[in-house]
Write a protein that binds this ligand. Structure first.
Ligand SMILES: NC(=O)c1ccc[n+]([C@@H]2O[C@H](COP(=O)([O-])OP(=O)(O)OC[C@H]3O[C@@H](n4cnc5c(N)ncnc54)[C@H](OP(=O)(O)O)[C@@H]3O)[C@@H](O)[C@H]2O)c1
Length: 253
């Protein structure tokens, strides 16, 4: 199978489940070799078993960028999908521990920046490559209880705007994808591990996006001619409008 723009190798972070697994699955189906990064060896191994040898597990914490780069030594990375991310909890910033706030920023903002810093030089030298950063509508509209997460996603979005100037003329594409609600286990921790409750509350009365919808969006952007660079995509299901208003109850002292 001949790949659009000669792309052969992809790195997808957070490939053990959810959106990242769907992206990895789609890219392999389209003929790419995919290096999937996550901490859960079991999740990656199950995917490898399912899709075959074109999916190569890379068990690592995405915050340990040097360990990932060591594992990818010699691989010409054509596509990087910075997808790994987590919310940890939905509650006011003042109720988070210092460690939780720091961990949310390290995972959702610092890690993708560090990976791009290490992967982009090869793409620039080859004048070929496409980076995707998964942000969120939470980085654009207000989702109460997500201060650190939303700030990290908004920061990553702004990093894309600035980076595009660094990359102009380099032949390297950079696409931000900001999904609204996607049916995964992303909110499971916030529901205290109650999977049935999560599904009942978030995915029963309104249709959410599926991970495959996001994977198809990535493939659509990848398939365009190499000079055509989609900068940003906001994607929601037809049952959701991102943002909205919240009216708090007035508290008398
Ligand atoms: N689901 C939504 O409604 C939604 C909406 C907007 C944006 N997003 C964004 O989409 C992306 C994927 O979310 P999802 O819904 O697919 O979530 P998910 O089902 O919870 O999957 C998250 C993935 O990230 C990986 N991950 C988490 N921490 C990691 C770490 N320290 N090192 C390496 N991998 C790590 C997880 O693997 P391990 O646990 O095995 O490490 C897993 O593969 C995230 O960036 C999220 O912010 C999701």
């Amino acid at each position: 199978m001949s790949m659009p723009n000669g792309y052969r190798n992809a790195v997808v972070t957070g490939a053990s489940r959810g959106i990242g697994a769907a992206i990895a699955r789609r890219l392999v189906a389209e003929g790419m070799t995919v290096h999937g990064v996550a901490r859960s060896g079991d999740g990656l191994a199950a995917l490898a078993q399912d899709v075959g040898p074109a999916f190569i597990p890379c068990v690592a914490d995405v915050r340990d960028v040097e360990a990932i780069m060591a594992r990818l030594d010699g691989v010409e990375i054509d596509v990087l999908v910075n997808n790994a991310g987590a919310l940890s909890s939905v509650r006011p910033l003042v109720e988070q521990s210092a460690e939780e706030t720091e961990a949310v920023i390290a995972l959702n903002l610092t890690a993708p920046l560090q990976l791009m810093r290490r992967v982009l030089p090869g793409m620039i030298a080859r004048q070929r490559g496409h980076v995707f950063n998964l942000t969120s509508t939470a980085g654009r509209a207000v989702l109460p209880g997500t201060t650190a997460y939303a700030a990290a996603k908004a920061g990553l979005s702004q990093a894309c705007h600035v980076l595009r100037h660094d990359l102009a003329g380099a032949g390297v594409r950079l696409t931000e994808i900001a999904p609204a609600r996607v049916e995964t286990d992303f909110y499971l921790d916030s529901f205290g591990g109650d999977s049935a409750g999560l599904r009942e509350k978030l995915f029963t009365t309104q249709r959410a996006l599926t991970p495959e919808d996001v994977a198809a969006t990535i493939w659509a952007a990848l398939s365009l001619p190499a000079h055509a660079d989609i900068s940003e995509i906001v994607i929601t299901s037809t049952d959701q409008a991102a943002g909205g208003q919240v009216f708090a109850q007035h508290r008398s002292s």
